[in-house]
Design a protein around this ligand. Structure first.
Ligand code: WAQ
Ligand code: MG
Length: 256
């Protein structure tokens, strides 16, 4: 995506009906595109939702809209990959990284118990690090972060410098975590996929960066997790508005 008029392109797919009628979430995606790149973005998102390890969707919505707010340009979070042998070891590491950001263990446990109640969320749960209370009122839907993407071509350069597979999944997760952690209300994020064939997840914060953990669940498990730990003393309404509406472009310049 380049300068000039910018469009937000979004997709959501479900089975057994649309999300709002109780359908199971299969896949979602969000991109930013210049007008001339909309077709390519729509095709990418169509393919993403149609061929998914969670199954065949019977509902999909793809939409685009022109963005009028100016985009904020940021650098990606620094990335580290932590190799672990088992999901138990992975979760223990995730919990201790979250504790390093100052979150108390019982708050992490309660937050995890809370998201485990939902079988197919399409968004994230916001938890206050002081009280452990859930701060969004989006029930089983959660808050869906939108309007973020790499500057065209910068994702390839970034992946080339980091020795990670150039999976769209990794690039998309880094963009999301960078946006989520780029606000003063953010403390940390905990995430792993709900896709049965993907078991690597991460803990992210501004200071820790994007800490990949190679095993956070067993293969075949369709339970995902996305928790945004936030400082409830900040204005949460404006944080949610930022997550859903503020356009964010991630830029990576190779240092000479
Ligand atoms: N905003 C909020 N929550 C989201 C969003 C979004 N844009 N996208 C996904 N989620 C939530 C939702 O509840 C999903 O069910 C859950 O996260 C998992 O989404 O190797 O693939 O897209 O470095 O399945 C991370 C590790 C992969 C990548 C995460 O998540 C790596 C992943 P998925
Ligand atoms: Mg998924």
């Amino acid at each position: 995506m380049q300068s000039g008029e910018l469009f937000s392109v979004r997709m959501r797919a479900a089975k057994d009906g649309p999300h709002e009628r109780g359908g199971t979430h299969i896949s979602g995606g969000e991109m930013l595109a210049a007008f001339g790149d909309i077709q390519q973005a729509v095709m990418y998102l169509l393919e993403k939702g149609l061929n998914h390890s969670k199954g065949r969707p019977d509902f999909m919505q793809i939409q685009f809209e022109c963005i009028h707010e100016p985009a904020k340009c940021v650098k990606p979070l620094k990335m580290k990959t932590n190799e672990v042998e088992t999901p138990e070891e992975g979760q223990a590491l995730a919990w201790s990284l979250l504790e390093e950001t100052g979150i108390r263990r019982h708050i992490i446990d309660e937050a995890y118990k809370l998201v485990s109640q939902y079988s197919s969320m399409s968004g994230a749960v916001l938890i206050d690090v002081h009280s452990g209370m859930r701060l969004d009122n989006r029930k089983e839907k959660g808050v869906r972060v939108s309007r973020m993407d790499w500057q065209s071509g910068h994702d390839e350069k970034w992946a080339g410098c980091h020795d990670v597979p150039l999976h769209s999944r990794v690039k998309e997760a880094v963009v999301l975590a960078t946006k989520v952690c780029g606000h003063r209300a953010a403390v940390a994020e905990l995430c792993w996929s709900d896709d049965p064939d993907y078991i690597t997840g991460y803990v992210a914060s501004k200071r820790l960066g994007y800490q990949r953990i190679t095993k956070l669940k067993e293969y075949g498990d369709e339970r995902g997790c996305r928790i945004f730990f936030v400082d409830g003393k900040e204005d949460i309404h404006s944080y949610i508005h930022y997550l859903e509406n503020q356009p964010v472009i991630v830029q990576w310049e190779v240092e000479e």
